[in-house]
Design a binder for this molecule. Structure first.
Ligand SMILES: [Mg+2]
Length: 267
């Protein structure tokens, strides 16, 4: 029995007929079953071949959009060109030099931040600075409170001196990020960039809900009306459709591939 209801089948047929389409999907919980150790995650059988088949057709751009950093996403998915990889919730993009989707101002700020944190760490022995693609994270775990406390205060003060930093304090940790892109803005920007007439997005989690919402609010109102958003699994959603699991994702992608071969622009 098919996991796709008639409404979704008909929406896929319509979507397949648009001249330029963006087919975007989350990775974990959508293309790859959720596992205990994130490094054990592997794509479900048939998923990547269907995406590669779609990416080979005229007028189709395929993107994996994930919270994972770019390199592990590339390794675990096995994705190759022309598939686009968007990592770190939009802060990384496989098409950018060095993979980082930051503008010049953000890159300069990241450099300033690194320098200032070096000074901070030198003044507070034992403090660790974690390097993330678009952020630095100050850790004081394991330090005595009289050492760790002032270090975290210094990190917060540093954050306040640079209003464009996104500062996220936690327990014995402060994250200072130069960009807070999110999957929603990343999806709309990608759709703009490739000139998509319609965007499909598949997701299973809270961050994907931002993606669904952003596509509904797409400033290109015609493209917003032609969006196709699909939630995988249960949980509250603003997506238009729902399918049960990764195997249904494969069925959906294979159905879309067949429809696009029939209805899409000729080679
Ligand atoms: Mg997911």
């Amino acid at each position: 029995m098919s996991a796709l209801d008639p409404d979704l089948r008909s929406a896929l047929a319509t979507f397949a007929g648009h001249p330029r389409v963006l087919v975007a999907t989350d990775f974990d919980g959508v293309l790859a079953p959720l596992v205990l150790d994130p490094l054990d995650s592997r794509p479900v059988e048939g998923g990547m071949p269907a995406l590669e088949g779609l990416a080979a057709l005229p007028g189709v751009t395929v993107a994996l959009v994930s919270g994972r950093a770019l390199e592990p996403l590339r390794t675990l998915s096995g994705a190759r060109d022309p598939l686009v990889l968007v990592g770190s919730h939009g802060a990384e993009d496989s098409r950018r030099e060095g993979g980082l989707a930051l503008d010049e101002e953000q890159k300069a700020l990241l450099e300033t931040l690194s320098g200032e944190l070096e000074t901070l760490a030198a003044g507070h022995p034992g403090v660790r600075v974690e390097v993330k693609p678009a952020a630095r994270v100050v850790h004081t775990r394991g330090l005595a409170p009289e050492v760790g406390g002032p270090a975290l205060e210094a990190a917060l003060a540093l954050g306040q001196r640079h209003p464009s930093l996104v500062v996220t304090p936690g327990k014995e940790v402060v994250e200072l990020a130069v960009s807070h892109v999110g999957k929603g803005p990343a999806l709309v920007a990608l759709a703009d960039e490739v000139g998509a007439d319609a965007t499909l997005y598949l997701g299973d989690d809270v961050t994907d809900e931002q993606g669904f919402a952003a596509l509904a609010d797409d400033p290109d109102r015609a493209r917003a009306a032609r969006r196709l958003t699909v939630r995988v699994g249960d949980g509250q959603t603003v997506a238009q459709h729902r399918i049960p699991d990764e195997h249904a994702v494969v069925e959906l992608l294979e159905t879309l591939l067949a429809a696009r071969r029939e209805a899409g622009p000729a080679r």
